[in-house]
Design a protein around this ligand. Sequence first.
Ligand code: SF4
Length: 334
Amino acid sequence: MKAAPRTGGKTAATRAGGKTAATRGAKTAGAETAPRTASGTAAAAGAAAVRKAGGKTGGKTGTGTGKDTGAGTGSGAGTRPESRTALVRRARRINRELAEVYPYAHPELDFENSFELLVATVLSAQTTDLRVNQTTPALFAAYPTPEDMAAADPEALEQLIRPTGFFRAKAKSLIGLSTALRDRFDGEVPGRLEDLVSLPGVGRKTANVVLGNAFGVPGITVDTHFGRLVRRWKWTDETDPEKVEAVVCDLFPKSEWTMLSHRVVFHGRRICHSRRPACGACPIAPLCPSYGEGETDPDKARKLLKYEKGGLPGQRLKPPPDYPGLPAAPLGAA
Ligand code: SF4
């Protein structure tokens, strides 16, 4: 058996008992921490903590319509919407808390250069980063450059990427974008959004991933986790990824955009899951108007934690050196 992750038993719940928002929120709100609150009163506890987090301007919180005005945290009847100032303050505090919980947040695709990141991101549509990471070692060994991939036999390429699903369409995109890189960009991945989105199979989300992580250009990446969490936090109720991106960009300085994206996705994968968020083990529960949407019992919630928070392998076969969890296993490994 492999060594335990560096965090050992120091789960998010433990952190919540330490210096993160849960404890501070409990002390300042003059109540028990939200995670310890019975689910029946969870919304009220969460809303109270949100009011506190919003400070003087936060006032009472209400259901509201949300949107980019920040209205609509909490659920109590007769409450008024969260002000714009309070929303910005709360959103930035969530980001700071997530930075403490996930100081090692990073893109979860394995890559060595901008071409590999571009290809891996295209492959990640409709599948997990883990499955992409298990597929790309053989792919990049066979086709290390855009020139190699542009000249690939389509059927051979399809077989290599088959585990990622939609392999015929993805193979077409990879050969198309590699041909465009070879013919229009001297075999280099361009560092401008307008050039990237001109490549076959490359949309705004893929372009932002490449810009943010291979070129250091700040960008918000709205994937399924990011959209779900920012709606749970009532930063917006938009569902269109481009509108979500615009709203969230307005809440934060540009310098935070890329790391915020990683932190939010980390939280979505590890604690704030789609079907069963682990609210009882969530360190930002006092800042969350949706506390109680998931499991609130601390012991049951801790059992829902994934990856390094739950002691399980991560998504990357080659995680960065500061990652405290286990690397993922190659494709087909027991
Ligand atoms: S797990 Fe998600 S929904 Fe639950 S308190 Fe945490 S952020 Fe909110």
